[in-house]
Design a protein around this ligand. Structure first.
Ligand SMILES: [Mg+2]
Length: 120
């Protein structure tokens, strides 16, 4: 399986523990990729690469999703992720229309609006 791990407030929250988890997953034959909301720009990207290198994970692939949904950015980079480890799962992908519809609760006006916008 392919496991994606976020960087900010996920890997960075406890680098030693996540490094052990990443090594365990790799030893079991799984692929691990970092998918971060950061953009691949100087300082921001260097900071991530340096953190992984510091923990012996310089070879860990990194997808810089920037302003894109993480699932789409990962797919575009060739990673069809099976499992996500992320402090902000809402950054992975937009919920499907049915889920959004239920999230709107019982307000009829909101539901009519959502139906028009999301379902056509
Ligand atoms: Mg995060």
């Amino acid at each position: 399986m392919i496991v994606a791990i976020d960087y900010d407030q996920t890997f960075s929250a406890d680098p030693s523990t996540w490094t052990a988890v990443i090594r365990l997953l790799r030893a079991a034959g799984h692929d691990v990729v970092c998918v971060t909301g950061r953009e691949d720009k100087p300082f921001w990207a260097d900071n991530v690469r340096e953190a992984f290198a510091k923990h012996g994970l310089a070879d860990l692939p990194i997808v810089f999703a920037g302003m894109h949904w993480k699932r789409e950015a990962a797919k575009a980079a060739g990673w069809d992720v099976n499992i996500w480890i992320d402090d902000r799962p809402d950054a992975v992908a937009l919920p499907n229309p049915a889920t959004l519809y239920h999230m709107l609760g019982t307000n009829a006006a909101r539901k009519r609006f959502a139906h028009r916008v999301l379902l056509g």
